[in-house]
Design a binder for this molecule. Structure first.
Ligand SMILES: Cc1cc2nc3c(=O)[nH]c(=O)nc-3n(C[C@H](O)[C@H](O)[C@H](O)COP(=O)(O)OP(=O)(O)OC[C@H]3O[C@@H](n4cnc5c(N)ncnc54)[C@H](O)[C@@H]3O)c2cc1C
Length: 586
């Protein structure tokens, strides 16, 4: 054991939503907590996320006048999780989720806004709802974080406009309608003016939105409780003593420190989106592990999973989908680095369709990202490569943008020059550019347009589901998701498979304790967020189904730790050295 040692009640590994939720809850309940973060900045994937949480039955829903029929959420999750419905964990989620929201919104600066309508992704299924389950993190003023704002991980560049992450929902709609509605024009002008003023005064965007607001709010809640967060301090190995986990070895300030955790260690390392070996094992579409593109932070290399496996934990590799899939496009940023753009919303817009490498439509483009990728995989079975083309006409491109290409009046030249956006003066010309038979693509679009003129898509039913319509353009009727592609020129972007977080994770119980292969809890070891196997059984029921459970089970882990007796006899404790509790500046 190396010389340096410090003692806390709880060691939390990772500063995403799950880790920070555990840290804040534990500290609030009187435990001494230390958070160790591998990266120089805190926030993980959470900081680049949409900041949506899916939790049924909360006070926020009741305040909107939404009361779910009893049992609806459980029935819905049973339908969604299919083979991997874990009743005990689902019950724990449904019972503790509303409590977690009450805890955070009543005791901390972590606040959410619940829109009256945000349909579940399969709202038509048993127990599905039109609203009352998905909530978004309330925007947050970065000034609240003082100097520590500099250490907050930034949003994904691909999801920002002039360095500003647009709030989901109404804000994005205002930006898309800026030149069509006076209200939107005024909104956008004010938002941009405030942003540019912030950039002049502070060198960055201060109005934090979405996941950046969530990571910022959780960090502020941690600061308010004086929770030390060690940045640039990867946790390397769990240490076992007697019959449980006693702490971990953490690299900190050039030294290896043994952090003894009297009550336990919470693994919250954000899963394995960048662990090539595990991708190879669990992502069928990525036989070498490299045929996959993740917009998650590169530090999420599955450390939590490996560390738990070393002490007897195990990963559920049988889950039907090992990750939350998203169709993505790959772009080159201005600084030459590679960006991965997740396509969440553009696919649902009118005048947009997707086709296979052979030029045929294959699915309802307005379906969720997770479902869309499954369709992509199915249709490309037996092909050497899995990809698709997202197509639109000039009208759709300028109205809504496509992938990284922003709507009018922002220019598109850079994307054409880089080859990210393909353009053809006619459908045949576009087809030639993207290696599809012109006759096939012309036939595909002619067939779509014939019924699209009447707002219909008999082939795949685009716009027939509540979630499709929610992401469409309400100003386009009768079908907000369907319009013909008939305004030349035509455009295409290549879609590949990505993820927004992994689903296959450590097998845990309803109290978030990591289980060994015999199904017994490993003393002193907890996992939350994407380090734990998804409570959704590897499926994607609605907006926020990773962050909702991440916050909830972070809270559950802490509540469990608050009732847990210390694992190590008090005589073994070493005095905590204050000098170690410092943050490394980025
Ligand atoms: C663009 C985008 C949008 C998304 N939008 C949503 C959304 O709106 N709603 C939703 O539910 N989900 C969304 N997701 C998914 C969601 O962001 C993640 O599932 C979630 O943030 C995972 O939280 P976490 O706490 O498990 O991990 P993370 O937030 O990734 O945090 C893990 C942290 O652990 C650190 N770490 C890793 N290894 C170590 C180590 N050895 N020692 C110390 N620290 C370590 C990492 O550096 C990281 O900071 C989105 C994802 C993306 C990419």
């Amino acid at each position: 054991m190396p010389g340096e040692e410090t003692v806390v009640d709880v060691l939390v590994v990772g500063t995403g939503a799950s880790g920070m939720a555990a840290a804040v809850t534990a500290a609030h309940h009187g435990l001494e907590v230390l958070v160790a973060e591998k990266e120089a900045r805190y926030g993980g994937t959470t900081a680049r996320s949409g900041g949506w949480l899916w939790i049924p039955g909360t006070r926020l829903a009741a305040e909107q006048g939404i009361q779910e029929p009893p049992g609806a959420a459980k029935a819905y999750l049973k339908h969604e999780a299919t083979t991997h419905f874990d009743e005990k964990r689902v019950d724990a989620f449904l019972e503790s989720g509303p409590k977690a929201i009450d805890f955070f919104t009543r005791n901390t600066c972590v606040q959410f806004d619940m829109p009256a309508v945000f349909p579940d992704y399969h709202a038509e299924a048993v127990g599905g709802q039109q609203g009352g389950r998905s909530m978004v993190t309330r925007p947050f003023d970065g000034r609240e974080l003082g100097d520590r704002l500099k250490q907050l991980a930034p949003p994904l560049p691909e999801l920002t406009v002039f360095g500003m992450m647009l709030g989901s929902g109404p804000e994005i709609r205002h930006f898309m309608r800026a030149f069509k509605s006076l209200t939107s024009f005024i909104y956008v002008t004010k938002r941009l003016s405030r942003h540019f003023l912030d950039v002049i005064q502070h060198g960055r965007c201060m109005a934090l939105t979405n996941g950046n607001a969530l990571a910022g709010r959780l960090a502020k809640a941690a600061m308010d409780r004086n929770i030390p967060v060690w940045l640039s301090s990867p946790v390397k190995k769990l240490v076992t003593e007697h019959d449980g986990v006693a702490g971990a070895l953490v690299e900190h300030d050039g030294k290896t420190v043994f952090v003894r955790a009297r009550r336990g260690v919470v693994l919250a390392c954000g899963g394995f989106p960048h662990d090539i070996e595990r991708r190879k094992q669990l992502f069928a579409h990525a036989p070498s592990g490299k045929e996959h593109y993740s917009p998650s932070p590169e530090a999420n290399t599955g450390d939590g999973l490996r560390m738990a496996e070393d002490v007897g934990g195990h990963v559920d590799g049988t889950i039907p989908h090992a990750a939350a899939w998203v169709p993505a496009s790959v772009t080159t940023r201005r600084d030459g680095s590679t960006g991965v753009m997740p396509h969440f919303i553009d696919r649902a817009k009118p005048g947009v369709i997707a086709v296979t490498p052979k030029g045929r439509r294959f699915t309802n483009e307005g379906d969720s990202y997770h479902d869309f990728v499954q369709a992509m995989v199915n249709v490309c079975k037996g092909e050497p490569e899995i990809f698709a083309w997202l197509l639109c006409d000039h009208k759709a491109l300028r109205n809504y943008g496509l992938g990284c290409v922003a709507p009018a009046p922002l220019p598109i030249g850079r994307h054409l020059r880089s080859g990210y956006l393909k353009r053809g003066a006619s459908i045949a010309e576009l087809a030639r550019q993207i290696g599809i038979s012109p006759a096939t693509l012309e036939a595909t679009i002619a067939e779509f347009n014939a019924t699209a003129r009447f707002g219909k898509d008999p082939a795949f039913g685009k716009g027939t589901k509540a979630y499709n319509r929610y992401q469409g353009d309400v100003l386009v009727q009768p079908n907000p998701c369907v319009a013909p592609l008939d305004h030349a020129p035509y455009y295409a972007i290549r879609l590949v498979i990505g993820d927004i977080g992994t689903f296959a994770g450590l097998v845990i119980n309803e109290n978030t304790q990591v289980l060994n292969t015999e199904g017994k809890p490993i003393k002193g070891l907890f996992a939350a967020g994407n380090d734990a196997a998804s409570v959704m059984g590897g499926n994607y029921p609605g907006a926020g189904i990773t962050l909702g459970p991440a916050l909830t089970f972070g809270y559950v882990a802490a509540m469990q730790l608050a009732k847990t007796a210390a694992t190590v006899p008090i005589s073994l404790h070493v005095e905590r050295r204050e000098a170690i509790v410092v943050e490394r500046r980025a």
